[in-house]
Design a protein around this ligand. Structure first.
Ligand SMILES: O=C(O)CCC(=O)C(=O)O
Ligand SMILES: [Fe+2]
Length: 389
C-alpha cells in the first residue's frame, strides 16, 4: 500500500515541511520525521512565537525526561470551551484496563519465593491484579472478612489463599472501592473529544493548530489524535503510570475511530496536557522519577512511589495546575533508524496528585503514532482529506 500518486503537492500539504529552499510537501519529497523540542537548563525559559506573532514562554522543568511548561498556552475562554464540549459529550467515570471485564485469576506476587505472601507482597498483588491500592489496615481488614489469614500472622500462605476464590476476592475489592473510590488507581470522570466530530468547532481547531505549531509536528498528526477531558473532585487522583506502551509485535497500537480492533495498546509519542482551571489545593502532576540518576523498573513496581495518592509529596517533580498552562513531554524517543516512534522513555512515569480542595479539569492531547511510519503517513493523508474537504 502506498499513497495514491494522484495527489498534488498542495493536496499533501498537511504534512509539508519548511526547508531552507522554502516549503516542500508530501511524503515523496521530504523525509517526514518525528521531531522533539529542545529544552534548556532546568528552570530556564525560552521565548517562542506561535499563533501569528504571540509570545509564549517555554520553561524547562526536567531534562530526563524532557518536560516543558507553557503558561497561558490556552486562553480562559478556550479552557472553558473545552470543558463545555466535554460536558455536552457527557462525563463518565474513568476506568482502567484492569478494572474492565470479568476476572478469572490473579497472580500472587511472592517476591521472596517463600511460599507465603507478606503485606507488601499482597499490596503489590492487588495493585497489579486490580489497580486497587490498599493500606495495611485495609489488608488486615480484608484478611479478617475473608478469613484469609486464620492464624493472624499477617502472612497468607499458599494454602490459606486457596480458601478464597478469585471471584470472592474481586467481589470484596469492588465493593470496597465502590465505597472508597480513592483507593482505585484512578478516580476521575472523563469525556473523549474526537477531532472528526468537532471538525466545525473553530475554537477546538484553533487549539489543534497551536498544538501542532508548538510541538513542531504536522497538523494532520494532531488531527489524528483524540482529546481526553478529565475532571477530578476532592480525593480525585491518578496514580503513577506511563501514557504509552512499548513496541509489542503481537498487539497493534489503538487507532482513533477504528472500530472492532480487538486487543490494542495505547501508543502515544507525546503528551500535551492542559490545565483548564486553577485548583484550590492539590492536583499537581507528579513525576516521581524525573531526573533520577538511574531507574529501576522493578523498584517502581514494588515500592510505593507509584501510589501517588499517598506519596505525591515525595515525587521528584510536581507541576502545579494553573488554568491555561500546558505541560508536555515525550513518551518515546525517536528511533534513529526510522525517524519515527522508538523506545519508550520510562522516566516519563507520572500521575495526578489528589485534589484536596476545589476541583481539577485537564485536557490530554496525546500525539498518537504507531511504530510504522509508512502506515502513519497514509493515515495522515486520509485525515488530511477529511479536514480539507
Ligand atoms: O491529572 C494529571 O495531572 C495527570 C493526568 C494523566 O496523567 C493522564 O490522564 O494520563
Ligand atoms: Fe498520564
Amino acid at each position: 500500500d502506498s499513497l495514491p500518486d494522484t495527489k498534488t503537492d498542495e493536496e499533501l500539504n498537511g504534512f509539508c515541511q519548511k526547508t531552507d529552499e522554502g516549503e516542500s510537501c508530501g511524503s515523496n519529497q521530504v523525509e517526514i520525521n518525528l521531531t522533539r523540542l529542545e529544552g534548556g537548563e532546568i528552570g530556564s525559559t525560552q521565548i517562542i512565537k506561535l499563533n501569528g506573532d504571540v509570545e509564549f514562554q517555554l520553561k524547562t522543568v526536567s531534562k530526563k525526561p524532557l518536560i516543558l511548561e507553557v503558561p497561558n498556552f490556552l486562553s480562559s475562554a478556550e479552557c472553558q470551551h473545552l470543558i463545555e464540549l466535554a460536558k455536552i459529550v457527557g462525563m463518565k467515570k474513568s476506568i482502567t484496563e484492569r478494572t474492565q471485564g470479568p476476572r478469572q485469576a490473579f497472580q500472587l506476587m511472592d517476591r521472596d519465593l517463600d511460599n507465603q505472601i507478606n503485606l507488601s507482597e499482597m499490596f503489590e498483588t492487588i495493585q497489579n491484579g486490580f489497580d486497587i491500592y490498599l493500606e495495611e489496615e485495609d489488608l488486615k481488614e480484608m484478611y479478617k472478612e475473608l478469613n484469609m489469614d486464620p492464624n493472624g500472622d499477617n502472612f497468607v500462605s499458599k494454602e490459606e489463599i486457596q480458601s478464597v476464590s478469585p471471584a470472592q476476592l474481586q467481589q470484596y475489592l469492588y465493593k470496597l472501592v465502590s465505597q472508597h473510590p480513592e483507593k482505585h488507581s484512578r478516580y476521575s470522570h472523563q469525556a473523549w473529544l474526537y477531532p472528526n466530530k468537532h471538525i466545525n468547532d473553530n475554537i477546538y481547531r484553533q487549539v489543534q493548530a497551536r498544538v501542532s505549531e508548538l510541538a513542531g509536528l504536522p497538523l494532520d498528526l494532531v488531527h489524528l489524535s483524540d482529546v481526553q477531558v478529565v475532571n477530578y473532585g476532592v480525593k480525585g487522583h491518578y496514580n503513577a503510570h506511563w501514557d504509552s506502551s512499548d513496541r509489542d509485535h503481537d498487539i497493534p497500537c489503538c487507532e482513533t475511530g477504528k472500530p472492532n480492533q480487538g486487543r490494542c495498546e495505547s501508543c502515544r509519542y507525546m503528551t500535551i496536557l492542559f490545565y483548564l482551571n486553577d485548583v484550590e489545593e492539590g492536583g499537581e502532576t507528579a513525576f516521581p522519577v524525573a531526573d533520577n540518576e538511574t531507574l529501576n523498573i522493578q523498584d517502581i513496581l514494588t515500592s510505593r512511589i507509584g501510589h501517588l495518592y499517598k506519596t505525591c509529596k515525595d515525587a521528584n517533580l510536581r507541576v502545579t495546575a494553573e488554568k491555561g498552562k500546558a505541560v508536555l513531554w515525550y513518551n518515546h524517543f525517536v528511533d534513529p533508524g526510522t525517524g519515527w516512534m522508538g523506545d519508550m522513555d520510562m522516566y516519563t512515569l507520572h500521575g495526578g496528585c489528589p485534589v484536596f480542595k476545589g476541583e481539577k479539569w485537564i485536557a490530554n492531547f496525546w500525539i498518537k503514532t504507531t511504530f510504522n511510519r509508512e502506515h502513519d503517513l497514509q493515515r495522515m493523508a486520509r485525515i488530511h482529506d477529511i479536514f480539507n474537504d
